[in-house]
Design a binder for this molecule. Structure first.
Ligand SMILES: Nc1ncnc2c1ncn2[C@@H]1O[C@H](COP(=O)(O)OP(=O)(O)OP(=O)(O)O)[C@@H](O)[C@H]1O
Ligand SMILES: [Mg+2]
Length: 243
């Protein structure tokens, strides 16, 4: 404090008379210092939060291409798009209220990943843990646990997958399923459903083909709770994208 007083005294003696000093006394100076300190700590906090969210987005499996996808920039040209957009908004908003699975099924480029990402981002901002992962990536993560040097075991990884608030499994049906993949899918969906954890499925397959691929047991579990089946059957949006 003594230093402040000395500083103000010195400033007073050297400042030309026509200049009004910012601080008339040490209390003013102290207040100014405190305000500055608060502003700078708020700005650091903001920066840290931004960094934290960026890291969470990366860990949530959201790919670069989809990072800017929101409900707002999902354009509506037909009634089907309106329906899936409204469903997605409502799903995200009511996520805390009920356990509910969803299946987005339909043609390529119709916005299944776009809306799944928008749901995921909304939930992340509401402190939920989400993961969007293709079935191929999921199987590759599980296969990594077979390596003796890997400290994460298969059951630990599956336990982690059960704890995620919303798990979205993408590209179901892109490649032929092995019996082992079916067992893993069954295990994950069965355990998530019995823990009342919601799961989303994204696929180009229609109901009959998805039923054939996953089997009655998995489809039956996906239908638990307030599950919803949404059809995305319109022209691909990809030809509209120029950059
Ligand atoms: N209605 C829309 N409004 C704005 N952008 C859209 C719309 N539909 C799709 N897109 C954009 O088009 C691209 C393709 O969409 P997306 O990847 O979500 O389709 P998809 O249904 O998951 O396709 P696939 O079955 O091939 O995986 C994305 O960049 C997405 O943001
Ligand atoms: Mg997709």
């Amino acid at each position: 404090m003594n230093n402040y007083i000395k500083l103000i005294k010195r400033m007073k003696s050297i400042i030309p008379t026509h200049i009004k000093p910012k601080f008339k006394n040490e209390k003013d100076l102290l207040n100014w210092n405190q305000k500055k300190g608060l502003l700078s700590s708020q700005s650091i906090q903001k920066k840290n939060n931004k960094k934290k969210i960026k890291k969470i987005l990366k860990n949530s499996g959201i790919k670069k291409l989809y990072i800017n996808c929101t409900f707002k920039n999902y354009n509506i040209y037909n009634i089907g798009q309106k329906k899936v957009l409204n469903f997605s908004k409502k799903y995200a908003k009511n996520f805390n209220k009920k356990f509910s699975n969803f299946i987005f099924s339909g043609s390529p480029g119709t916005g299944k990943n776009h809306l799944a990402t928008a749901i995921g981002k909304y939930l992340i901002l509401n402190k939920k843990k989400i993961l969007i992962i293709t079935i191929a990536e999921l199987m590759s993560e599980i296969k990594k646990t077979f390596n003796k040097n890997n400290t994460l075991t298969e059951s630990c990884l599956i336990n982690k997958l059960i704890k995620i608030d919303l798990l979205i499994i993408d590209e179901i049906g892109i490649q032929q399923k092995s019996q082992y993949e079916k067992i893993i899918m069954h295990q994950i969906i069965d355990r998530r459903s019995s823990s009342k954890k919601s799961t989303g499925i994204l696929s180009n397959l229609n109901y009959n083909n998805l039923y054939k691929l996953l089997g009655e047991r998995i489809i039956d579990r996906l239908k638990l709770g307030n599950s919803s089946w949404l059809n995305f059957n319109w022209k691909s949006y990809r030809s509209n994208i120029t950059e």
